[in-house]
Write a protein that binds this ligand. Sequence first.
Ligand code: GLU
Length: 424
Amino acid sequence: MSAPTAAPVAHTESMFHAVLARLDAAAKAMNLSDDVAQVLRYPQKLVKVCFPVTMDNGSMQMFEGYRCVHSTHLGPSKGGIRYAMDVNEDEVKTLAAWMSFKCAVANLPYGGGKGGVKCDPRKLSVGELERITRAYAKAMRDVFGVNKDVPAPDMGTSGREMAWILDELNKVHGEDVPGLVTGKPIVLGGSLGRDAATGRGVMVSTFAALKKMGLDPKKVSVAVQGFGNVGSHTARLLHEHGVKICAIGDHTATFWNEKGIDITAALAYAKKNGGVLKGFTGGTEIKSGELLTAKVDVLIPAALQNVITEDNAGNIQAKLIVEGANGPTTAEADPILQDKKIIVVPDILANGGGVTVSYFEWVQNKMGYYWTEKEVNEKHDLSMETAFEHVWNNAQEFKTTMRLGAYITALKKIEQGVKMKGFY
Ligand code: GLU
């Protein structure tokens, strides 16, 4: 399970404003129609549910769950479900909007959605998590649908939760529809390659950016923040491709090794150590914040939102930032990074590999025929490389950052969908 990797963030109340700030900037740069910009400033649907769950000690506890559908102009809404204590309305709205842009950048036939349950999965037993997940899925039965709104894993959830959601929805609907959920275990119709897909997309984006910068991947040093699903697969894949990772860290500990960390050893250590890095001996322990400002060429924040802020952006030494997490950089930090000429491959491009393979899973479920891992990876890599090129070209054409280039790429497509579907 990809556990949350740090304490709750402080900036959540401003998250949706950060989306709007970037939306406005891109809209202005590309001359987006005001009507379309207005449509995208509001989520289409925002559902909050409260449900009771029996805890292991026999007591009853109430839980809050959310699902936001930001847009359905290009297809059914798509996006994960996160379990964390800071899940709230503003956060799901923000993350749902990012999914709309992410799916459009990746050229997928989807709109954007996101959901979550306010809970701390680390403090719950497997039985409690199962009851919470089933109760949430049942409460959201009218929101989710194979051609309507398709959930997937996110922070704090994994294939295990998706299996429970699928089972619960199948019971409610009285038929087996595997494409109702993606990120499922393979035996239930999951796709080969889905588990590592987000990390794989981060790797493909990193290589594509390094190529544009004229840097040899074998000669750069990298720091990866986060060792959950995204961070650990990113670090593993880069390591397997001969890239030197000098810093890794999770919510328990952070390590530095100038000669390069043995990621295979770190993964084996975490596996035996409850999934966390604390106690790992393959590097010197440093403070978590030091990873972000470490002397490396490439920084990959792959843990939480709002970690690169106006307070630390000025001290970042990396030439390239590849955003594995959703929203790791605040809107205030963007101009500081731009002034420093740091290239930022934004989240809505860099971490699109996960939802891309979710789409492949959905397609395979609809066909009832399954591809090999090699086929999935090849399609994924091509899709990510194409998305990278589109964003890069838009950034060049509009003389702007890759972040705004990504928003422009997305908005060009969504604009057509909004206009063609029209208004009342
Ligand atoms: N939660 C992932 C994301 O933020 C995956 C979403 C999906 O596969 O639908 O991109």
